[in-house]
Design a protein around this ligand. Structure first.
Ligand code: ATP
Ligand code: MG
Length: 342
């Protein structure tokens, strides 16, 4: 875990007003067989300079949470309830045009597949310049200079030449750097990164994580980093929210979660982390699967897969708050669960 210049704020979170405050975010999809609920009353805050990891298995609702904040869910088939205050304004109740005006320059987003977000028929420089000029009134020459600076800042060599390259001529790692430059060009206060390194090989992945860390330290940009990988979160984040089947099950500073996870699901995620495995010994995976949205069990959603489950777990556990930490488990406090220190 790296030292953080934002650590004062993190150790004393009350010191800063949240930049983003999500309250009771529930996302529903209309399907041919009726409405299904993808997230259930998700609430969390991100403070200036904080780097929040959102972690959970596939299908837990990480991506839809990020997309909902930017109004990017398909409107005709989605119903979203709750609030998401960004700098005091509720993003969820805003009209889309206004949301785009606010979030475009102030919230950047990067995705897993840079090529899906980049347009193959324009050079990378033109695309970033276009994004900048959509929000800032400046001429083409000045925009070009700023884009070249941004390309240099994300570690792209010979940025003057790269400006005129088309996306397909760049490697995956360089494409992701271009996406980061584009997301940062308007100097946003919050960057949302959804699995931005899963498509990259391990070395390039480490470079991109390092870059995001450096940028957030240097500029104070807050980060929401969505991933399956608790190892990456340890490198990068100051705090982590663990989601399971559309609900938050644990939320705490990263050191605490690593040292002593309070939810059995969090502890199980550690046991299935590749970086903690012993070479040659198969990784234990979490038995069973995430329940289907159409058939969510009442009570604790992790119960069926939990080695610590007891009869009381058929009731629904609340997300208990203690100081700045939250956990959703009847047995929290009573169990001593293995964390990342093996
Ligand atoms: N347009 C849609 N219509 C119906 N269900 C959807 C739609 N989009 C997402 N879902 C469902 O919502 C749930 C949450 O999906 P989401 O993509 O947020 O998961 P995730 O946690 O990001 O998973 P992954 O780690 O695989 O990216 C999933 O069960 C998914 O099938
Ligand atoms: Mg996802």
């Amino acid at each position: 875990m790296k030292d953080s210049s934002a650590s004062d704020l993190i150790q004393n979170p009350a010191a800063a007003e949240p930049l983003l405050r999500v309250e009771d975010l529930s996302i529903f999809f209309r399907t041919a067989t009726g409405e299904i609920q993808a997230t259930d009353s998700i609430s969390f805050s991100v403070r200036p300079g904080e780097r929040l990891g959102i972690v959970g298995e596939s299908g837990c609702g990480k991506t839809v949470t990020g997309l909902s904040l930017l109004g990017l869910l398909p409107r005709f088939m989605t119903r979203v309830t709750g609030k998401a205050y960004f700098e005091g304004q509720d993003l969820l109740s805003m009209r889309r045009a206004r949301l785009r005006r606010i979030s475009g320059p102030r919230i950047g987003m990067i995705f897993q597949e840079p090529m899906r977000a980049l347009d193959p028929v324009f050079t990378v420089g033109e695309q970033i310049s276009e994004t900048l000029r959509a929000h800032v009134k400046i001429g083409k020459a000045e925009a070009r200079a700023r884009v070249i600076d941004a390309l240099a800042e994300v570690g792209i060599p010979s940025p003057e030449r790269r400006y005129d390259d088309y996306p397909h001529s760049l490697s995956g790692g360089m494409q992701q750097r271009v996406m980061i430059a584009m997301a940062l060009i308007c100097k946003p206060r919050l960057l949302i990164a959804d699995e931005p390194t899963t498509a990259l090989d391990v070395t390039v992945q480490a470079q991109i994580i390092d870059l995001l860390h450096t940028i957030s330290e240097r500029t104070g940009t807050a980060l929401i980093f969505i991933t399956h990988d608790l190892g990456v979160v340890a490198e990068l984040c100051t705090r982590v929210v663990i989601v399971y089947a559309g609900q938050i099950v644990e939320d705490a500073p990263i050191e605490r979660v690593y040292r002593s996870p309070q939810h059995p699901y969090t502890s199980a995620l550690f046991r299935s982390m590749p970086s903690l495995g012993v070479r040659g010994v198969p990784l234990p995976s979490i038995g069973g699967r995430v329940p289907s949205l159409a058939n969510m069990p009442a009570g604790c959603r992790f119960r069926e897969r939990c080695q610590y489950a007891q009869p009381e777990c058929v009731a629904k556990p609340a997300l208990d708050t203690n100081e700045q930490e939250r956990v959703r488990c009847f047995r929290a406090g009573e169990l001593t669960l293995p964390g990342a220190v093996v």
